[in-house]
Design a protein around this ligand. Structure first.
Ligand SMILES: [Zn+2]
Ligand SMILES: [Zn+2]
Ligand SMILES: [Zn+2]
Length: 262
């Protein structure tokens, strides 16, 4: 269940911190015009609101932003504070904040992204202060204080998860995806993450989802890889409603919420 003020310490490596700045499926929670229990709860209590799925990664020497669906990026990343952006893919709910940010001033910001020449609208053509750098899955990127490896995901357009590693501590950030490709499963088996942030847009369902994990698939990935701590993200109001109605998560799996610090 949601625990809006939960704070986790990474005892093994205290100098890397990830904050889930957004945990919503496209449309957010509350969904515009919806009067289901999850949406009404989110209207009444802002702690239950979910905005575009995204995360901030901070170490002593750098700040990274994973995905840019938030429209108030400047409040999360004051000018000069952002070292690099990691984009999972070019769907609108993951890039919309860049349409404003690109016209800013100052140093160019590297934006590592999948090789997807279509991009989103005119973002690649008129990139302003954004320096888009397409990268290949499984080719590690050495940043200032950590190694970031893009992982292939299964989605309706080219999409990367990211494995962030610092001093032997590994965090896997895997959204948007439905299941995981064999290459990624194999890679994660050989480099088991200490913590995994995983797409779980839908509650368990009889129909196989097309673009995003449901809880059955997310649980299977968690158990297959033997992850100690998995946090679900890209949550829809359906998933929230399923939990409100008494749905339970398997051991080691926890629901993410906006502002959660790991
Ligand atoms: Zn709703
Ligand atoms: Zn997507
Ligand atoms: Zn999405």
């Amino acid at each position: 269940m949601l625990k809006p003020d939960t704070h986790y310490q990474m005892s093994a490596v205290p100098d890397i911190e990830m904050t889930l700045t957004g945990t919503a499926a496209a449309g957010g929670v509350p969904l515009y015009g919806c009067d289901c229990p999850a949406c009404l709860r989110a209207v009444r209590n802002p702690a239950y609101r979910r905005r575009a799925t995204s995360a901030k990664v901070k170490t002593k020497s750098e700040t990274l932003c994973i995905d840019c669906g938030l429209m108030n990026l400047a409040e999360h990343y004051p000018p000069g504070s952002l070292d690099a952006i990691l984009l999972t893919h070019f769907h609108v709910d993951h890039v919309q904040g860049l349409f404003e940010l690109r016209w800013g001033k100052g140093q160019k910001i590297p934006v590592y992204c999948p090789n997807d020449p279509a991009g989103c609208a005119d973002l690649l053509k008129h990139s302003g202060i954004l320096d888009f750098r397409p990268i290949q899955p499984f080719e590690p990127l050495l940043l200032k204080s950590c190694t970031v490896t893009p992982l292939l995901l299964m989605h309706s357009r080219p999409c990367h998860g990211y494995l962030i590693e610092r001093r032997g501590y590994r965090i896997a950030y895997l959204t948007d995806t439905v299941g995981l490709p064999d290459e990624t499963l194999l890679w994660l088996t050989q480099h088991t993450p200490d913590m995994m942030i995983l797409d779980c847009s839908h509650p368990p369902s009889e129909n196989k989802p097309r673009n995003h994990n449901d809880l059955s698939i997310a649980t299977e990935i968690h158990q297959q890889l033997g992850i100690k701590h998995t946090i679900l993200t890209h949550i829809s109001h359906d998933m929230d409603n399923w939990l409100i109605a008494g749905g339970q998560l398997a051991e080691g799996i926890e629901l993410g919420h906006d502002g959660m610090t790991l």
